[in-house]
Ligand binder design. Structure first.
Ligand code: GLC
Length: 483
């Protein structure tokens, strides 16, 4: 495996909110190309683009009407080709978002190939619930039959039992690889395996460990996700992708990612993203997940509250140090490098599942609309909090400057995570022979003899280390030979 994917830093761009180039209030590919210098300056290895395909927008791009084109809202195929070339010229890899589990109801496949979808003749076939609430079955007025949808009713599920479906999505994978993309983030990968006889899900006997829609939380998704056929589906994706990078979005506890990691290079740790900011819980997560070959670390994405809101602004720096000092790929959602907070609710709301607050545009500078658009931003109602990229670039003590130092130091780190000891709120772990990471998660300063001996190479705050102690809520990476 080449080094970039072993411990890549991947920057997630949510295209709609990154940079608008034509004043229509929606970010676009030309805007991303204009900002590639900034992306490079973060010291990241790759970009993951949330969907840019033609879409009616019921799930803001995750309802795809043509997997092999670019929505005019974002640009054109020619512009995507230019983005690929510009990324490669900067030694950045480009990952697209592959959404294999469902299409838009407006995808021509839905009418041309009804047998590529999952149907029931007389009403819902079972008790399954959509991830956004409500029954997972909706009546198609045209045929009078009911179709399955794991997400919104506008997103009918493809039937992965059908070999033609596996071949159609393999064709999509090949199409983009031939254009030069370097891999994919595979959306909702656990939805590719469903019980053949569509049995009812049992009532949940214990709470699901991550946030779920309350209706979905009542059932254990035993037969609707990660069930029969998952292996066959994942193998088909791997065969189509060859050795291109695949990272799976599998909304399951990390302990259940094993079968996905047989086929994917990595799968996200939602255990870390949803961990409480509490030393023992974080230590437990690191120890368990680091032992899994292929875990991809992530602390935020377009579906969940941002770090500075969820864990708190004062923790954004320590969270950045944690994320970027772990072995294995680390994913950074746009704006996290600025310590951005959630924005206000949009009026009117754009996402029916309430995720608008996590998707506000980047604040590039202190001009009107933060330099994101010369028009009116697509999300109305106000902007997310946090200083602009321009202001932070000029401030060596900013969150942005810390991110840049951390990605630089990360290149020196090697070897597995060792240790992960916890003492009085001070979490520490080694990376290889030479580096020690100390994160003070407590509310008291902590002394540690290793602080005196080692040489601090990056600290979360300029004053983090004083006379052999690490200030409360601060972290340090030190060079400290393990001899
Ligand atoms: C994934 C995406 C989310 C989308 C869903 C359905 O969870 O991250 O944004 O709504 O899949 O495609």
């Amino acid at each position: 495996m080449s080094r970039w994917r072993e411990d890549a830093v991947v920057y997630q761009i949510y295209p709609r909110s990154f940079q608008d180039s034509d004043g229509d209030g929606v970010g676009d590919l030309a805007g991303i190309i204009d900002r590639l210098g900034y992306v490079s300056s973060l010291g990241v290895d790759a970009i993951w683009l949330s969907p840019i395909y033609p879409s009616p927008g019921a799930d803001l791009g995750y309802d795809i009407a043509d997997h092999c084109d670019v929505d005019p809202l974002f640009g054109s195929l020619a512009e995507l080709d230019r983005l690929i070339a510009e990324c490669h010229a900067r030694d950045l890899r480009l990952l697209l978002d592959l959404v294999p589990s469902h299409t838009s109801i407006e995808h021509p496949w839905f009418r041309e190939h009804p047998d590529w979808y999952v149907w029931s003749d007389d009403g819902p076939a079972n008790n399954w619930v959509g991830a956004f609430g409500g029954p997972a079955w909706t009546r198609d007025p045209e045929s009078g039959r009911w179709y399955l949808h794991s997400f919104f009713p506008e997103q009918p599920d493809l039937d992965w039992r059908n070999p033609e479906v596996r071949e159609a999505i393999a064709g999509v994978v090949r199409f983009w690889l031939e254009r030069g993309v370097d891999g994919f983030r595979v959306d909702a990968a656990d939805c590719l395996g469903k019980d053949d006889s569509l049995r009812d899900n049992p009532l949940a006997v214990e709470p699901f460990p991550f946030p779920l829609n309350p209706e979905a939380a009542k059932l254990e998704p035993r037969y609707s996700r990660g069930s029969e056929g998952i292996d066959r589906a994942l193998r088909a994706l791997r065969e189509a992708a060859g050795d291109a990078y695949l990272v799976g979005e599998v909304y399951l506890p990390s302990s259940r990612l094993g079968e996905y990691l047989r086929w994917f290079d990595s799968a996200f740790s939602f255990d870390l993203l949803h961990a409480p900011w509490e030393a023992t819980a974080l230590q437990r997560t690191l120890l368990a997940d680091a032992a899994l070959e292929g875990i991809a670390w992530v602390v935020g994405n377009h579906d969940f509250s941002r770090v500075a809101t969820r864990w708190g602004s004062e923790r954004a720096r320590l969270a950045a140090m944690l994320l970027l000092t772990l072995p294995g790929p680390a994913f950074v959602y746009q704006g996290e490098e600025l310590g951005m907070t959630d924005g206000p609710e949009a009026t009117p709301p754009r996402d029916r599942f309430g995720r608008d607050r996590f998707r506000h545009p980047m604040r590039w500078d202190d001009s009107r609309h933060g330099g994101f658009t010369s028009g009116e931003p697509w999300l109305t109602g106000g902007e997310a909090g946090g200083a602009s990229a321009q202001a932070q670039a000029a401030d060596p003590t900013s969150v942005l400057s810390l991110y840049r130092r951390l990605t630089a130091v990360r290149r020196e780190l090697s070897g597995p995570l060792e240790g992960a000891e916890l003492e009085d709120g001070l979490l520490s772990y080694r990376r290889g022979e030479d580096h020690l990471v100390l994160l003070n998660l407590g509310d008291q300063q902590r002394g540690d003899s290793r602080l005196g001996q080692g040489q601090g190479i990056v600290t979360t705050e300029p004053t983090a280390i004083r006379e052999g102690t690490l200030a409360a809520g601060c972290g340090a990476v030190i060079r400290s030979p393990n001899r």
